[in-house]
Write a protein that binds this ligand. Structure first.
Ligand code: EPU
Length: 431
């Protein structure tokens, strides 16, 4: 184990969980990080005053706001879940290193800025704790639409007087590449057809936002999108309600599942979670769905299952740390296969510190359930892994302290407050 555990990640704030209390209460789920960040980037397509609602109060939204401000958009957060983004047309199409290195979704400004301004200079986005995150598909797609690229001194620069339509077929349905190319195609000259696109609910939310702005997009929700370019004066600012966060929703279900509790999650989109809800039911969770509500009852003990991550509508890689945590206390052995990010298993060593029996080999994890975990200091390695550590703490005897809370804050809107309101013994300590 590294010394970091004893220094940086535990020097600031931590989340302290005392396990053993079954959850019992109601949780309201906020809007999706992976939608709102893309909606914010897409406001760069035209001027005017956009209103976004159901905007989560998370660090990534604050960083994306700073990025938009640096480009020339005024961002206001009046109260609650609203945001206004106002663009008066005077943009500087540059995304500096200090902001890009803090947020992966900054890559989403590439498409809109290039198609709007004809030029963009963007610091190269880095990897994540779970491995390299290349952007070759974004670049190849934009090149097919007429862009040229230069890479030097850690920056990429893209140029195109006006992008033109193209026929593009993805080898893999990348979420980010789909979003960038669709957004760029909105103002391109002619028709762009993209095959094998990502179909995540957040991608659909973005497409619907673009259509409301005046974009012409066919095939939304299908594997092929056809975008007929429009002139910029045909686009206008809109008001849009962000789609609910399915990963946060699953986090509260997992918390109820491992604590032996029963909760109601409100403001969700159960229809975006059909596959994962089926798997949770196989594990023994009682789940009733009514409109935007999920009523969940944990069984005496969860049952193990095998799970493989896949692009939507498969099981999202972002659910995986939660699922492994559930399997860690389930009856039997479960095999989990990661098909998106081979390195996304680093948190397993933290779960082992809590007494979980998990072995990894390549992109598989074998999880042999134990009756209960035992509390210890652990560390959040990324957003989802961090949330999974909090969930694991609920299934552990004694106290679990989670360091690296800033990772969790990137994507979770008051995880501690929401869990505490549902009866969990969880607090935030430190400054
Ligand atoms: N890929 C390439 N080349 C590319 C683009 C992607 O090889 O040009 C590979 C990636 O390396 C990865 C796979 O394709 O192996 C999936 O990448 P994708 O582009 O689909 O993911 P992303 O857009 O970078 C988004 C979410 C992730 C989520 C993935 C998969 C955002 C900001 N991020 O990333 O969410 O895991 O889709 O669903 O939307 C998180 O929220 O914590 C998070 C990591």
């Amino acid at each position: 184990m590294s010394n970091v555990r004893d220094s940086a990640d535990f020097a600031g704030e931590a989340i302290v969980v005392r396990g053993g209390a079954p959850l019992d209460g109601v949780v309201d789920v906020p809007g999706a990080k992976n939608s709102v960040l893309k909606l914010m980037a897409a406001t760069l397509l035209t001027d005017g005053r956009f209103e976004l609602t159901n905007v989560p109060d998370i660090a990534d939204v604050a960083i994306m706001s700073e990025l938009l401000e640096a480009i020339g958009v005024r961002v206001e957060r009046p109260t609650g879940d609203r945001m206004f983004a106002t663009d008066n047309g005077d943009l500087t199409p540059v995304a500096p290193y200090e902001l890009v290195e803090r947020i992966r979704a900054s890559i989403n400004v590439l498409g809109p800025l290039l198609t709007r301004c004809g030029h963009v200079r963007l610091s190269m986005p880095g990897g994540d704790d779970f491995g390299a995150r290349p952007i070759d598909m974004h670049v190849a797609g934009l090149e097919a639409m007429g862009a040229t690229f230069k890479f030097s001194h850690g920056y990429l620069e893209a140029f195109a007087d006006r992008l033109h339509g193209a026929e593009i077929a993805f080898d893999f349905p990348s979420v980010g590449a789909t979003e960038n190319l669709v957004t760029a195609a909105v103002l391109a000259d002619g028709r762009t057809r993209i095959d094998n696109v990502a179909r995540e609910p957040e991608v659909i939310d973005l497409c619907e936002f673009l259509v409301a702005m005046g974009a012409r997009i066919d095939g939304i929700g299908s594997p092929t999108l056809t975008i007929d370019g429009v002139e910029r004066h045909e686009l206008h600012a809109v008001s849009h309600h962000t789609v609910p966060d399915r990963i946060q929703t699953a986090t509260y279900l997992a918390a109820a599942a491992v604590s032996g509790g029963s909760i109601v999650v409100r403001g969700a989109r159960p229809d975006h979670m059909v596959t994962v809800l089926d798997r949770f039911r196989e594990m023994g969770l009682g789940i009733e769905v009514a409109d935007d509500e999920l009523r969940v009852d944990a069984p005496e003990r969860l049952r193990s299952i095998d799970v493989a991550t896949l692009p939507y509508p498969g099981i999202a890689t972002d659910y995986k740390p939660l699922i492994i945590t559930m399997l860690a206390v389930a009856d039997g052995v479960g095999i989990v296969t990661e098909n998106l990010y081979p390195g996304r298993f680093r948190y397993v060593e933290e779960l082992q510190r809590l007494g979980a029996d998990v072995r990894t080999s390549g992109h598989h994890a074998v999880v042999r359930g134990v009756p209960r975990l035992s509390g210890a200091p652990v560390r959040a390695h990324d957003i989802r892994a961090g949330a999974a550590m909090v969930v694991a703490g609920l299934a552990a005897e004694g106290e679990t302290t989670i360091g690296g809370v800033h990772h969790i804050d990137r994507g979770y809107d008051d995880l501690v407050g929401r869990l505490a309101a549902a009866g969990a013994a969880v607090t935030r300590v430190g400054s």
